[in-house]
Ligand binder design. Structure first.
Ligand code: THU
Length: 133
């Protein structure tokens, strides 16, 4: 699947965002090697820190359908932002563990800007399960 198509699906997922506090809707789509797509959007809460980001919901959605990091080939993230939507620090930590370094991470906005990156670029010198040995 082309990056543009995955971004389009992330834009559709964005419509499921529950973001009455920030009014900043984020959509995300995970693509597996079998061509399956799992969607996510940000879900906020009046107790603000309980909010869950769109990309984490998409990744967790894939895992809840039995997919693991070996299955995931791409993740698209999109918001109505001036620049491409860049994942927050917490999401970078989750991406680092739950996606392979080879997975394409497509950051986008509604204007059609796109940037392709990867977990290592987003979070160099990361803390990981190897550090727990
Ligand atoms: N948000 C995401 O869903 N993903 C990100 O990586 C950046 C931030 C959400 C969290 C919150 O609901 C809103 O955007 C504003 O921070």
């Amino acid at each position: 699947m082309k990056d543009e198509e995955l971004v389009k699906l992330a834009i559709e997922a964005r419509s499921l965002s529950y973001s009455p506090y920030s009014h900043f809707a984020v959509g995300a789509a995970v693509l597996t090697k079998d061509g399956e797509v799992f969607l996510g959007a940000n879900v906020e809460n009046a107790s603000y820190p309980l909010t869950m980001c769109g990309e984490r919901n998409a990744i967790y959605n894939a895992y809840m359908h039995g997919k693991t990091r070996d299955d995931i080939v791409a993740l698209a993230i999109v918001a109505d932002s001036p620049n491409v939507c860049s994942p927050c620090g917490a999401c970078r930590q989750v991406i680092d563990e739950l996606l392979l370094p080879s997975a394409r991470i497509v950051l986008a906005n509604l204007k059609g800007d796109m940037k392709v990156t990867n977990a290592k670029e987003l979070l160099p010198f990361s803390f990981s399960k190897d550090d727990l040995q």
